[in-house]
Unconditional design. Structure first.
Length: 300
C-alpha cells in the first residue's frame, strides 16, 4: 500500500449501539458507506471516538470484519490499535490484518502513562506484528504520553512501513518540527477537527475527522477547499463549521458527536458506560450549537 492511503478525509467512525447495548453492525455498515459516498477516502474504527476502551477484544475484531465486508475494494479499513497490554495490542493487530484491515493506527498504551523506553518498545512490538502500513498517533492531551518529533523520526527511520503521523497534540508547531527532522518522509495528518485548516497550512494532507460522522459532505468540502485555496477559500464554510467542530474537543466529545449524529438522523446518542448521555444544561448547550448549525447549514 502506498502513502496515498493516508490522503483526504478519513472518518474516525463512531461505534453504534443497539438499545440493549450491543454493537449495531447493520447501521455501522450503512454509516460507513454513507461516508464514502460523500467523498471520504477510508474508514478508521476502534479509535477514541469509536469508544475502543470499552469494547471487548471480540467486538473490535467483529467491527473490522463488518467494515471490510461493507467497503470491499472501495476504500481501506484502518484499524485503531490500543490496549492495556503489549500482548493484547499485538494480538489485535494480527487479528485485524486477518480480517482484512489494510492499515493500522497505533496509539500509546492505555491507562498507564509510559516513558519513551516503554512506549517505544510497545509500539515496536505492534509494528512488527504485521506487515501493514502504520499511522502513528500522538495525542498527549488524552493519553498523557507525548510522542515527540524526535521519537517519531526514530521510528520512521527504523520501520519503512511507518508511513504517516496523526498529530493531535494541539501544538500546530509540531508539524514543522517533524518535517525539519525527516522532511516529507511521513504523510502528515491531523486529528483535531477545529485545527484542520491550520494543519493543512502546515503540511497536513490527511484528516482523521470526527464531526464527519454527522457532516461528511461539509467535511470533505472544507478539506478539499483548504487544500486547494487555503484559509481564504474556505473562510465562510469554516466560520459556520467551527462551533460544531469544537465539539470534537474535550472529555465528552464522543457524546457530543453522537448527539450531533442523532440530530441529523445519522445515528443515535447511545454510548457505553462509564460514559453517559448528556443531560440538563450541558445537553441543552450542545443542542443549541447543533440546531444553529443545522438551521444555517450552507449549500455546497
Amino acid at each position: 500500500m502506498s502513502k496515498s492511503m493516508w490522503q483526504g478525509v478519513i472518518p474516525a467512525i463512531t461505534t453504534p449501539f443497539t438499545e440493549d447495548g450491543q454493537v449495531d453492525h447493520d447501521f455501522l455498515a450503512r454509516h460507513a458507506l454513507w461516508q464514502l459516498d460523500a467523498g471520504c477516502k477510508g474508514i478508521l474504527p476502534l479509535g477514541s471516538l469509536g469508544e475502543s476502551a470499552t469494547l471487548e477484544f471480540g467486538e473490535k475484531v467483529a467491527i473490522v470484519r463488518t467494515l471490510v465486508k461493507a467497503l470491499g475494494e472501495r476504500a481501506p479499513v484502518i484499524a485503531g490499535i490500543a490496549a492495556l497490554s503489549t500482548d493484547e495490542a499485538v494480538r489485535l493487530a494480527k487479528a485485524c490484518k486477518q480480517e482484512g484491515a489494510r492499515g493500522l493506527m497505533i496509539l500509546p498504551p492505555y491507562v498507564y502513562t509510559s516513558d519513551w523506553a516503554e512506549m517505544g518498545e510497545y509500539i515496536r512490538a505492534v509494528i512488527r506484528a504485521t506487515d501493514l502500513p502504520v499511522l502513528l498517533y500522538n495525542n498527549p492531551i488524552a493519553y498523557k504520553t507525548d510522542f515527540t518529533p524526535e521519537q517519531v523520526a526514530e521510528l520512521a527511520a527504523e520501520f519503512p512501513q511507518v508511513e504517516a503521523i496523526k498529530e493531535s497534540s494541539g501544538d500546530i508547531r509540531r508539524f514543522a518540527a517533524i518535517q525539519a527532522l525527516i522532511g516529507d518522509r511521513l504523510v502528515m495528518m491531523t486529528g483535531i477537527d477545529d485545527a484542520i485548516v491550520e494543519g493543512i497550512a502546515m503540511g497536513a494532507t490527511g484528516w482523521i475527522a470526527g464531526q464527519v460522522n454527522a457532516f461528511p459532505r461539509e467535511s470533505v468540502a472544507l478539506f478539499e477547499g483548504a487544500l486547494k485555496g487555503g484559509y481564504p477559500a474556505v473562510k465562510a464554510l469554516y466560520d459556520w463549521f467551527l462551533p460544531l467542530l469544537r465539539l470534537d474537543v474535550g472529555p465528552k466529545f464522543v457524546q457530543m458527536i453522537k448527539l450531533t449524529q442523532q440530530y441529523v438522523d445519522r445515528g443515535s446518542e447511545r454510548v457505553r458506560a462509564p460514559r453517559l448521555q448528556l443531560t440538563g444544561a450541558e445537553r441543552a448547550a450542545v443542542v443549541r450549537i447543533i440546531e444553529h448549525g443545522i438551521k444555517n447549514r450552507p449549500e455546497l
